[in-house]
Unconditional design. Structure first.
Length: 258
């Protein structure tokens, strides 16, 4: 197969799935892994894809309605100790045999590291950083990874097909992140493309668990996705404003403060 034909094939696979594997491409096209790496580098130079370990993901044009300031990398540097404590407490809620969903976010990415590795679980996730942490830390886990377009600022994959898959599944628990929690305006996230996926995991889960550090309370970001009363459990840190501690109690939401 000539280079142009290979590049066209790779482009079609990226459009369909959002991600490609060097090993799978080499086997399918009957060429060496080195040849595929050169092809991927060529497409990366053209701005079509982004290289990742073992493959590549499709680049998307930024949406002008998204909050471009938000990136997982920046968020990882903020309230890190509190986020780790929140996830450590959240992991205690996971039981053998559970099917769980782990949402996108700089808080939720710490959760896989605290899940006991010997638990038999099914984990649904759709973010590159969370997928890698689940794969690295879990021995007996069945991973469900809905694919789609890759959003570089959140490391999230998103597509109608992926959302449809989530809606067809059922989970015992969903661990959900947010960029803002407001008494009147509800629970919000930074990017509009996250909303439909977050709605899907809320509707497909029995117990909805919100993982947010205390700086998120009283904050509103662009994209609304839920009312606070839709959550069964909130896990946060000791900096939570007294106003919101009272509100959670009034709403009957079980709250863990770490």
């Amino acid at each position: 197969m000539k280079r142009k034909e290979r590049l066209d094939y790779i482009g079609r696979q990226l459009t369909l799935n959002g991600v490609v594997s060097i090993k799978e491409l080499a086997e399918k096209l009957g060429v060496s892994s080195m040849t595929i790496r050169r092809d991927l580098r060529r497409l990366a130079e053209e701005g079509i894809l982004k290289l990742i370990p073992g493959g590549a993901v499709l680049r998307r044009e930024p949406n002008p309605f998204e909050e471009r300031e938000y990136t997982v990398t920046k968020a990882q540097l903020h309230m890190t100790k509190e986020k780790i404590k929140i996830c450590k407490r959240a992991a205690l809620l996971i039981q053998d045999g559970d099917t769980i969903i782990i949402d996108t976010g700089s808080t939720t990415e710490h959760l896989p590291g605290f899940i006991p590795p010997d638990l038999n679980l099914t984990i649904i996730c759709y973010c590159l950083n969370i997928f890698l942490n689940v794969y690295k830390n879990s021995r007996h886990t069945r991973i469900v990874f809905p694919g789609g377009y890759f959003h570089e600022n959140t490391l999230m994959f998103e597509s109608p097909e992926g959302i449809s898959l989530i809606r067809k599944m059922r989970a015992n628990k969903a661990f959900i992140s947010a960029a803002g929690v407001d008494e009147k305006l509800g629970v919000t996230c930074a990017n509009f493309y996250e909303v439909e996926t977050k709605r899907a995991i809320i509707e497909s889960s029995d117990v909805k668990i919100l993982l947010v550090d205390s700086t998120k309370f009283g904050k509103v970001t662009a994209a609304y996705f839920a009312d606070l009363k839709e959550f069964d459990i909130v896990i946060t840190d000791t900096g939570i404003p007294e106003k919101y501690a009272r509100l959670l109690k009034e709403l009957g939401i079980k709250t863990y403060v770490v």
